[in-house]
Design a protein around this ligand. Structure first.
Ligand code: ADP
Ligand code: MG
Length: 690
C-alpha cells in the first residue's frame, strides 16, 4: 500500500540527490518527489533519427552512430584550456569530435568503441566536425540519444542532463507507488492515460501519440481539480441553479424614456438578454463585456429597476470607493422618480450611520445597495436579495463574488467588465456563465486622439493642456507607476503635484488624488473635479477604473512605458465620455524599440479587445490575468486558449462528481480531495469541506 506520504518526501530521498542538488531544486520550487513528477519539460528534443556522416549538413543538429577509429589527441593551446580531438567513422565517411576542457572523456572511451553522438555539425571544407557532442556507448544507448529527450527549465549549477537523470531515477523508483487520483471508471469512460503512463510519457514520450495522450490526461486532471475547487468555493452553486422568476411587468421602458439619450442597439440587445434570463426560472449567471465608455452602468440600473419591480433588493459592488460613490450618485438620480431607496455602503461609512443603513437593508427598506467590498461583510444581511452585480469584475477574486451571491438564496448574478476575458478563463471562473457583449459605442463619440511623445516634448504637451483648460475643459495627469506600493506611488503623485503647482500650472486650479488619502478627502476632490472646480487632476492609477467626468478631455500619462497596454487603455477610457474631442498623451521616456511599438499600438487603435490581445502576446496570460488575483492556482500544463475542449469535459465530470458526492467523502475521491485542498490552500485557507 502506498501512498501519498511517500511522494511528499523530500527530493533528498532520491538516489543521486544530495543536499547541494536538493538546494538547487528547491530554488526551482521542487521540494518533494511529487514535485519532480509535476515538473514538466518545457520542450523536447527529438533525437530518434540516426544519420550517416556523408549526409550531414553544416549547422544542423544531428545524431550519428560511429566507431572510434583513432586515438584521441589532446592539445593545450593555452593555459587552462585543453582540446581533445577524436576521429570517428561510419560506413559513409569520417569525422572528428572535439571536446573543450573535458579531459576525463579520454578515460571513458577507446579505439573500436561504437558510440552514438549528438550535436551540431560543422563542415570546414571537406572536414566534418562536431564540438562538445553528447555521446553514449551504443550498447548502453537509448537514454540520451535515440529517443525524444526532455528539456527542462534549469537553474544555474544544474544541467539538463543531471535533471533528466534525476527524473528518470524518480520515475524508476517511485512511480509505481503512486495511486491514480482519478477513479478508474472515469479513466475508462474517457479513454485517458493512467497517471503512471502520463507521467512517464510526459517526461520521456515514446512517440507523438503517447505524448499527446499524456498531455491530455494531465491537462484534464489539472482542470478537473481546478474546476472542483472552484465549484466548492462557490458553494456548489452550479449544482443548484434554480433562480428567481422576475416579472415581465416592469418600469424599464419608463426609465428609458427619461434618459437624455437612446440606448445603442448593442445595449438594447444586451439588456434584452438579461431581461430574458431574469424572467426565466433559471438563475442568471451573465457576464457583460463592453469596452470602456460603452455604457454598462445603465444596463445595471435597468436590471436593478427590474428586480425592484418584482419586490427584490439588488446589490452592486464596485472595486474602489471613488467608483462606488460615483455609481451611487448617478444611480440615485436616475431612479429618483421610481420611489426607490438607494444607499451607499463603504468601509468608511461607520458608526450610527452604518448601523442605520444595515438595519434598513435587513428590513427591506433599502432597495438598492451600492458599495465596495464592505457589502460582503458578515453584518450585512439582506431582506430579499434578488440581484447581485459586480462592476469591473476583474478586480475581484473568485471568492468575493461567491460570497456576494451567497448573501441571497440564488440571486441572479451579473458581472460587468471592460477587460476581455478569453472564453476559457470565463468558463473556469464562472462555470456555465453566459456572455453578452456591448460591441458598440454610443453615437457621436469622437475617437480619442492618442499621441505618444518623448520626454523632451512634455512642455508642449503642458501648453496644450493649458489651451484646453482655457476653453473650459479639464485634464487628468497620471503620474508614473513606481511600483506596486501605494505609499510610494502617492509620494510620486505628490511630488508631481507640488512641482506643477509651483511652476507650469501655478495659475490653474490643481487637484491631487491618490490611494493613501482618506476617503472623505478623495470624495471631495472627485466632487470638485466633477463640478468643474478643479482644472487639472494629478492622480495615481486610482482613477483607472470607471470614473466618469464627461467634461474632462485630456489624459496625460507620465512614463507611459511603465504601464501595461490594457491599463493604458483603461486610463484613456476616462476621457472621450462627452461631446468634446478628447486626447490621450502618452509620455514615453524609454528609447527601447518594444516600448515604441507598444505606444504605437495605443496610437493606432481604440479597440480594447485588440489591445488586450497584444498585451497578452507581450506579457503572457499569467501576468495579464493576474491569476493570483482571481484566487486561482497557477496552471502548470493546461492552456487557457487551446484547451477549451478538455476544459468542457472536465467541467462536466466535476459537475457529475459533485452531484453525487458534494463533499467528496467517498474513498473514490479521497486523493482528489487532498489535491484540491493542497492546491487552493497553498497561500490562503480558501477551501474547507463541510
Ligand atoms: P462603462 O461601460 O465604461 O461603464 P458608462 O456606463 O460609465 O460606461 O457610460 C459612459 C458614459 O456614456 C456615461 O456618461 C453614460 O451616461 C453615457 N452613455 C451610456 N449609454 C449611452 C448612450 N446610449 N448614448 C449616449 N451616452 C450614453
Ligand atoms: Mg463602468
Amino acid at each position: 500500500m502506498i501512498t501519498l506520504e511517500k511522494l511528499e518526501k523530500s527530493v533528498q530521498y532520491i538516489k543521486g540527490v544530495g543536499p547541494k542538488k536538493a538546494k538547487l531544486l528547491s530554488k526551482m520550487g521542487i521540494e518533494t518527489i511529487e514535485d519532480i513528477f509535476y515538473n514538466f519539460p518545457r520542450a523536447y528534443e527529438d533525437r530518434r533519427e540516426i544519420k550517416k556522416i556523408s549526409t550531414l549538413e553544416n549547422g544542423e543538429k544531428a545524431n550519428v552512430k560511429v566507431i572510434i577509429c583513432g586515438t584521441p589527441r589532446t592539445y593545450r593551446p593555452r593555459k587552462n584550456m585543453s582540446i581533445i580531438k577524436l576521429p570517428v567513422k561510419d560506413e559513409t565517411g569520417i569525422m572528428y569530435l572535439t571536446w573543450f576542457n573535458q579531459d576525463y572523456i579520454i578515460n571513458n572511451i577507446s579505439m573500436g568503441d561504437i558510440i552514438v553522438i549528438s550535436g551540431r555539425v560543422k563542415r570546414l571544407g571537406n572536414q566534418i566536425e562536431m564540438q562538445n557532442p553528447i555521446y553514449e556507448k551504443y550498447n548502453e544507448s537509448g537514454k540520451k540519444i535515440g529517443r525524444v529527450v526532455p528539456i527542462y527549465q534549469l537553474t544555474e549549477g544544474l544541467t539538463n542532463n543531471e535533471l533528466t537523470k534525476i527524473v528518470e531515477q524518480t520515475i524508476d523508483t517511485y512511480l509505481s507507488y503512486t495511486v491514480d487520483a482519478i477513479p478508474q471508471n472515469i479513466i475508462d469512460r474517457l479513454g485517458l492515460f493512467s497517471f503512471n503512463q502520463a507521467i512517464k510519457n510526459i517526461h520521456f514520450p515514446e512517440d507523438r501519440f503517447s505524448y499527446k495522450k499524456a498531455k491530455e490526461r494531465l491537462v484534464f486532471e489539472e482542470l478537473l481539480f481546478l474546476q472542483l475547487g472552484l465549484f466548492i468555493i462557490k458553494g456548489n452553486s452550479i449544482v443548484n441553479n434554480k433562480g428567481i422568476i422576475f416579472s415581465k411587468n416592469d418600469e424599464t421602458s419608463k426609465l428609458l424614456e427619461l434618459l437624455p439619450y437612446k440606448l445603442t442597439s448593442a445595449q438594447t440587445r444586451v439588456f434584452n438578454e438579461i431581461a430574458r434570463d431574469m424572467e426565466s426560472p433559471k438563475q442568471m449567471n451573465r457576464l457583460v463585456q463592453g469596452d470602456v465608455g460603452s455604457g454598462k452602468t445603465i444596463i445595471a440600473v435597468l436590471s436593478m429597476l427590474k428586480a425592484f419591480n418584482s419586490g427584490y433588493q439588488s446589490v452592486m459592488m464596485a472595486p474602489t470607493e471613488i467608483l462606488a460613490t460615483q455609481h451611487y450618485e448617478s444611480i440615485k438620480t436616475l431612479l429618483d422618480k421610481f420611489n426607490i431607496c438607494c444607499e451607499l455602503l463603504t468601509s468608511n461609512i461607520a458608526g450610527k450611520k452604518k448601523a442605520d443603513i444595515l438595519s434598513r437593508i435587513e428590513t427591506g427598506e433599502v432597495n438598492i445597495i451600492i458599495g465596495t467590498h464592505a457589502v460582503l461583510q458578515e453584518n450585512v444581511s439582506f431582506y430579499k436579495l434578488g440581484l447581485a452585480i459586480t462592476d469591473e469584475q476583474h478586480r475581484f477574486g473568485v471568492r468575493q463574488r461567491a460570497t456576494l451571491s451567497l448573501k441571497g438564496s440564488n440571486p441572479d448574478i451579473l458581472v460587468m467588465t471592460a477587460t476581455p476575458i478569453p472564453r476559457t478563463l470565463a468558463l473556469i471562473l464562472y462555470g456555465d456563465l453566459e456572455v453578452s457583449i456591448i460591441d458598440e459605442l454610443p453615437a457621436g463619440r469622437k475617437k480619442i486622439k492618442t499621441y505618444a511623445i518623448t520626454g523632451e516634448m512634455k512642455e508642449r504637451a503642458y501648453s496644450f493642456v493649458r489651451e484646453q483648460v482655457n476653453k473650459g475643459r479639464q485634464a487628468y495627469i497620471v503620474c508614473p507607476l513606481v511600483e506596486e506600493s501605494d505609499s510610494i506611488n502617492a509620494q510620486s503623485a505628490n511630488e508631481l503635484y507640488e512641482n506643477l503647482k509651483s511652476s507650469t500650472f501655478n495659475d490653474l486650479r490643481l487637484g491631487l488624488l491618490h490611494g493613501q488619502m482618506k476617503s472623505l478627502e478623495k470624495d471631495n476632490i472627485m466632487a470638485e473635479f466633477k463640478n468643474g472646480q478643479i482644472d487639472v487632476l494629478v492622480s495615481t492609477t486610482v482613477i483607472e477604473v470607471g470614473v466618469n467626468v464627461p467634461n474632462a478631455n485630456i489624459m496625460l500619462i507620465e512614463n507611459a512605458e511603465r504601464f501595461g497596454l490594457a491599463q493604458l487603455h483603461q486610463l484613456r477610457g476616462r476621457v472621450g465620455r462627452g461631446n468634446h474631442q478628447s486626447y490621450c498623451i502618452l509620455v514615453n521616456e524609454s528609447k527601447s524599440r518594444i516600448s515604441k511599438e507598444r505606444m504605437h499600438i495605443m496610437e493606432k487603435t481604440n479597440d480594447g479587445f485588440l489591445i488586450a490581445e497584444k498585451d497578452l502576446q507581450t506579457r503572457g496570460p499569467g501576468e495579464f490575468f493576474g491569476t493570483r488575483q482571481h484566487g486561482l492556482p497557477d496552471l502548470k500544463i493546461a492552456n487557457l486558449f487551446s484547451d477549451i475542449n478538455t476544459l468542457k469535459i472536465s467541467q462536466k465530470i466535476a459537475f457529475q462528481i459533485l452531484e453525487k458526492d458534494p463533499n467528496l467523502t467517498s474513498e473514490d475521491y479521497r486523493i482528489i480531495k487532498e489535491r484540491i485542498l493542497k492546491l487552493f490552500n497553498k497561500e490562503s485557507q480558501l477551501i474547507s469541506f463541510n
